[in-house]
Design a protein. Structure first.
Length: 414
């Protein structure tokens, strides 16, 4: 089916999906989650073909993002069930106003309609996006990366099987077969068909969508995330927070890319961190250091671009600063407004950091890796919005909605 034909089918499906009751949607999600698990063998076989084709063309870290296992598929299905258990946002009264003239005005949540998602080689995004759209009474058009096409197709086939078994149109969930740039351009310019476009991927994809889309577009998650270790920090705690944020899964957007360190504790802290991230590890972290850090630990000398790079790998840039003011100034200059953290025992410094950074998520004494829909209790997420209009931070069900005003009267005229 051509991309244009998929657009037409998606628009036709809007009214049926919008009219489904919460119970009907929940039942369909249960059936879809079961179909996903039941098709594990097929999905893994297709995923193996994707991995074999991608090997040597993308990094090992990115291959890990592409790879599925029985456990990951079960986790994807559980994520769908977690969304099923959340309250239905469709029709929720957001505000109720009674005017002196007797008019009753209700601000009411309604679905966007058709949501397009352009994403790269992360197969779990397929099921996350599909269930978030469906539960919020939206139709979705998915356009995955070529590296994961076979896997995404197998996942969508399983989900559509679940829809049909539930008596719901399979065109509630759609996958674009064309993985060339042409289909991405068609989605960016699909006025009258796509009501909201969400890009989820690297800097290039997001930039292309934001600059070229003629449909409403949410700017999501390039993550140059910082952790600032302030001079009063518990250094043992700080080492473990940075270790988790950098190494638990370095290929994701909430991983730490830059560690900012107060100069008063740099001589003690940086050797501790260096040992933790390099010694006895299968994947030792490569350090990129500024002039002050270079006098304390080994590392590659930082260049002009070092603090503006999303490495998505076992690489950590280090900046030594005089105080919290310089730390926040550095972060503001280089941040992508995703997630920042401070490790401190001084709550006044924590408040200063919170008030003087400008990101979607700001942490005190915790890893940036928690910026995630599941960790925030949203079931799963459509992406991390780094903009300020409509949605910010992890995008769950509520961010899939818009609203209209319902005004009830009894013959009032103006």
């Amino acid at each position: 089916m051509t991309t244009a034909e998929i657009f037409e089918k998606a628009v036709e499906a809007k009214s049926q999906v919008k009219s489904l009751t919460e119970a009907e949607k929940n039942k369909a999600i249960e059936v879809m989650a079961k179909a996903l698990v039941d098709n594990t063998a097929v999905i893994l076989a297709e995923n193996k073909l994707d991995i074999e084709a991608a090997r040597g063309t993308i990094s090992d870290v990115m291959l890990d993002r592409l790879a599925l296992s029985e456990e990951r598929i079960k986790a994807m299905a559980q994520g769908m069930l977690d969304v099923k258990n959340l309250p239905d946002p469709n029709g929720k009264i957001l505000n109720h106003i009674e005017r002196p003239n007797g008019l009753i005005i209700e601000k009411t949540a309604v679905p966007m309609g058709v949501i397009g998602i352009i994403y790269e080689s992360r197969p779990n995004v397929t099921s996350d996006a599909a269930v978030l759209c469906f539960k919020s009474s939206n139709v979705c058009i998915l356009r995955g990366g070529k590296e994961a096409y076979r896997t995404s197709k197998a996942i969508v086939n399983a989900l559509r099987q679940g829809l049909e078994n539930s008596g719901v149109t399979p065109y509630a969930i759609n996958l674009i077969d064309d993985t060339t740039r042409q289909s991405a351009t068609e989605m960016m310019t699909a006025k009258g068909y796509i009501d909201l476009l969400i890009p989820r991927g690297g800097k290039g994809l997001i930039k292309a969508c934001v600059e070229n889309a003629t449909v409403p577009c949410v700017e999501t998650g390039t993550g140059i995330c910082h952790i600032y270790v302030e001079k009063t920090a518990d250094l043992t705690k700080a080492v473990e927070i940075v270790n988790n944020a950098k190494t638990s899964r370095p290929s994701v957007c909430n991983a730490c890319e830059v560690c900012v360190v107060d100069e008063e504790i740099a001589a003690e802290f940086l050797p501790m961190l260096y040992r933790r991230l390099t010694e006895g590890r299968e994947n030792p972290v490569k350090f990129i250091v500024d002039e002050k850090a270079a006098k304390i630990i080994d590392g590659e000398k930082a260049t002009e671009d070092s603090f503006d790079t999303e490495y998505l790998d076992y690489i950590l840039a280090v900046k030594v600063v005089a105080d919290t003011k310089e730390a926040t100034e550095h972060i503001l200059k280089h941040s992508t407004h995703h997630s920042e953290a401070i490790v401190t025992e001084d709550m006044a410094k924590a408040e200063y950091f919170i008030n003087n950074t400008d990101s979607a998520a700001v942490y005190v004494n915790a890893s940036t890796r928690f910026t995630d829909g599941g960790e925030f209790g949203l079931g799963c997420e459509m992406g991390i919005s780094t903009q300020k209009m409509h949605a910010r931070g992890p995008m769950g069900l509520e961010e899939m909605m818009t609203y209209h005003y319902v005004i009830k009267g009894n013959g009032q005229v103006r």
